[in-house]
Design a protein around this ligand. Structure first.
Ligand code: 9B3
Ligand code: ZN
Ligand code: ZN
Length: 267
């Protein structure tokens, strides 16, 4: 899905959101649709989404892993895609271990495992398609967001190493978390992936960051374990609204930080 920006004078800027890398994280594809609905319904009514759509192209991939997602309709706990391994014995690659960043370290080449990283980096068509798209658009895409669940966290690079990335991401997610607390009375933690969640390589956020997309985030939506992946329908709107607030907060911050300096007052 592609919303071309509406502002005629806007510079070349864009953001990307993908959902549904992991099959069982059902709130994730729901969020992408929530975001699209909000964009179509509140343009020129909500100031933040208006500003975003006026100045950025917005790319939305609602389900990166459609085969896995469909499979969860009968096998609810499936995480990976559905690709058949060479031996033919086990099925599925974890797409969030298949990106070309320190590939294989901390994951497994055994296709029977939950975090199987595949036979080689970008072996999976789903990961390769996303990587190709972002490579083609890396000069304009300034913000990469990938939506997962659960644990209520904003993760930024790196996950593949404990080395520190530049800390500007930190402040953006802090503001997002503060606004969620203020408006929705809900708690989100944040930090670099390796230290905050767990160290592992091959993830899309680290890969996008190393491609040059300096604002790169993994969102882990609701909840914090009570229902886990089985988030009940009554929680969908709350989970999506607070994540939407976070996306808008971060996107507006990126716009501010990447705005070309005004030069119409030079003498
Ligand atoms: C994992 C990695 Cl490898 C990364 N770079 N960023 C986020 C995560 C967390 C998600 C995962 O794939 O395990 C959470 Se479901
Ligand atoms: Zn996930
Ligand atoms: Zn998760």
């Amino acid at each position: 899905m592609h919303f071309p920006r509406t502002g005629k004078l806007a510079q070349q800027k864009a953001m990307w959101i993908d959902c549904g890398i992991h099959a069982r994280e059902w709130i994730s594809p729901a969020f992408c649709l929530w975001f699209v609905h909000h964009s179509l319904s509140f343009y020129q009514q909500n100031s933040e989404i208006t500003r975003i759509l006026d100045s950025m192209d917005v790319y939305v991939l609602p389900v990166m892993n459609p085969d896995g997602y469909k499979y969860t309709w009968t096998r609810r706990w499936w995480r990976k895609n559905r690709s058949i391994s060479k031996s033919g014995f086990c099925v599925g690659v974890d797409l969030n271990r298949n990106f070309d960043v320190d590939w294989v370290k901390g994951s497994s080449q055994n296709p029977c495992e939950e975090i199987n990283c595949g036979p080689f980096p970008e072996s999976e068509p789903e990961a390769q398609a996303v990587a190709n798209f972002l490579r083609r658009h890396k000069d304009t895409v300034q913000l990469y967001i990938t939506i997962h669940s659960y644990s209520q966290m904003f993760i930024f690079p790196y996950s593949y190493t404990f080395d520190q990335a530049e800390n500007h991401n930190d402040l953006m997610v802090q503001e997002a978390a503060q606004r969620i607390k203020r408006y929705y009375r809900n708690t989100y933690t944040y930090g670099p992936g390796a230290a905050t969640l767990y160290p592992c390589s091959g993830g899309s956020d680290d890969w996008a960051y190393k491609l040059g997309i300096k604002y790169s985030f993994t969102f882990e939506l609701q909840d914090r374990g009570e229902y886990g992946f089985l988030l009940p329908p009554s929680h969908i709107s709350g989970a999506c609204n607070e994540a939407l607030l976070a996306v808008k907060t971060i996107a507006v911050k990126v716009l501010e930080k990447t705005q070309a300096p005004a030069n119409h007052h030079t003498i």
